[in-house]
Structures are given as structure tokens and as C-alpha cells.
Design a protein around this ligand. Structure first.
Ligand SMILES: [Zn+2]
Length: 114
């Protein structure tokens, strides 16, 4: 969800809002996850199985809108690209320009994988 006057991502505070935003990105990115779940996860922000099941941590609901957006795009992109190689980075740049700054701003995100 984007605030139309500031152009900034709005923090999504409920599972329903988060799911709606994930659904919006699946359309944009033309990915078809088999299942999307939001659950208690403490070691990761999100995960994606080889069969196309994507899980997001409920802790994301406490994060900034920009970081939520980054995690959604990152994880859904794994349905196209399973690693973090060159192709992954260039597609991240295409879908979410400035993602590296979002990541740098979110101190401590490196303590969790996604
Ligand atoms: Zn990843």
C-alpha cells in the first residue's frame, strides 16, 4: 500500500492488509505461489519452499512499510529465482528501486534470513 500524497509505503498492521499487499505483488510480478501463510517465525522474515509455498513472519506487522515491501518482493522473487545472484539483484532493482537503501536502513535485518 502506498500513500498517494507522500509516495511512501504505509505500514501494514493486520494480517489481512499484509495478505492484500502480497496479493498485489503476486499480480505485478506474475508469480503464482501455491500457498501464502503468515505465521510465527522468529529466525526468518520469510521463507519459500521449492514447491512454491511462501511463509511470512507475523513479526513483519511491526516493521516499517518500506521494509515490509522489501521482504514481500524479495520472497516472491524467489519463485522466479531461487538464489541471490546477479539476476535476482537486477530483478529486485526493476521491481523495487532503492531496495538496498531500505535494507541498509533496517538495522539488524541481517540477523534474520529471507
Ligand atoms: Zn532470499
Amino acid at each position: 500500500m502506498i500513500n498517494t500524497s507522500t509516495g511512501k509505503a504505509i505500514n501494514l498492521q493486520t494480517k489481512g492488509q499484509l495478505k492484500a499487499e502480497i496479493a498485489r505483488w503476486t499480480d505485478i510480478m506474475k508469480v503464482k505461489p501455491v500457498q501464502i501463510r503468515i505465521q510465527r517465525m522468529t529466525k526468518k522474515w520469510a521463507s519459500c519452499s521449492s514447491k512454491g509455498r511462501v511463509c511470512f513472519s507475523a513479526d513483519l506487522l511491526q516493521e516499517s512499510g518500506a521494509f515490509q515491501e522489501y521482504v514481500i518482493v524479495h520472497e516472491l522473487l524467489h519463485l522466479h529465482v531461487p538464489n541471490h545472484g546477479k539476476l535476482f539483484k537486477s530483478l529486485m532493482n526493476a521491481y523495487l528501486p532503492g531496495w538496498e537503501a531500505i535494507l541498509a536502513e533496517r538495522n539488524g535485518s541481517a540477523t534474520r534470513s529471507l
